[in-house]
Design a protein around this ligand. Structure first.
Ligand SMILES: Cc1cc2nc3c(=O)[nH]c(=O)nc-3n(C[C@H](O)[C@H](O)[C@H](O)COP(=O)(O)O)c2cc1C
Length: 188
């Protein structure tokens, strides 16, 4: 059993939902999990107390949350010595086209360049758009930047693009990776 912490950034809550689903999968595998919003980290929390670290972020106007980048920068050394992973939630990944995938990959490349952190595992997931909460201009802007369409029948309906099976598969693959890595260390 490993102690796994997931730190995530979220704007409208979809990355929080993804983080919770990952947490549930890891727990079902027998691991001890902690999941924290990057904005609510207790100053006494020490990442070094955990065996593995996952970091999640969503994309707004082409970037992950600043607080997530800051967290990664501040914890470079600890991240480097633990099995780790990164997951990103975006409209581009929800588009399910080559262009969308390339755009999502570009966000990750920029994140890696900005933080100099090269995660062991990376998961890219589609997000959700709350068209019901946006005014006319915001709807047009979001469709343009997030590369998504609203529902044809009801342009004001919220749309979820997240593939939950992909999220669960990522969590399980990460669990296997952590188990193998910690097993190797224990045998040394
Ligand atoms: C104002 C706004 C800007 C966005 N900009 C982008 C973007 O530049 N690229 C993209 O792929 N998705 C973009 N999205 C889509 C979000 O990544 C998607 O809604 C995601 O689910 C947000 O996750 P969160 O609720 O955890 O913040 C944007 C969404 C909003 C509301």
């Amino acid at each position: 059993m490993a102690g796994i912490i997931t730190i995530f950034g979220t704007g409208e809550g979809q990355t929080a939902k993804v983080a919770e689903r990952i947490d549930a999968e890891l727990r079902a595998r027998g691991h001890e999990t902690t999941t924290v919003n990057v904005k609510e980290i207790d100053p006494g929390l020490d990442i070094d107390d955990f065996d593995a670290v996952l970091v999640g972020a969503s994309i707004h106007m082409g970037r992950q949350q600043k607080a997530v980048r800051k967290f990664v920068n501040a914890n470079q050394a600890v991240l480097a010595r633990k099995p780790n992973g990164f997951f990103q939630v975006s409209g581009s990944s929800g588009e399910e086209t080559e262009e969308g995938a390339a755009e999502a990959a570009r966000y990750v490349d920029e994140f890696i360049e900005a933080t100099n952190w090269h995660p062991d595992r990376i998961g890219l997931f589609g997000g959700a758009l709350r068209f019901s909460e946006y005014g006319f201009l915001m709807r047009a802007l979001v469709k343009f930047v997030a590369r998504v369409e609203s529902s044809e029948e009801n342009p004001l309906a919220d749309v979820e693009y997240t593939d939950w099976e992909e999220v669960e598969a990522f969590a399980n693959e990460f669990a296997t990776f952590v188990e193998e890595r910690l097993g190797e260390t224990a045998e040394d």
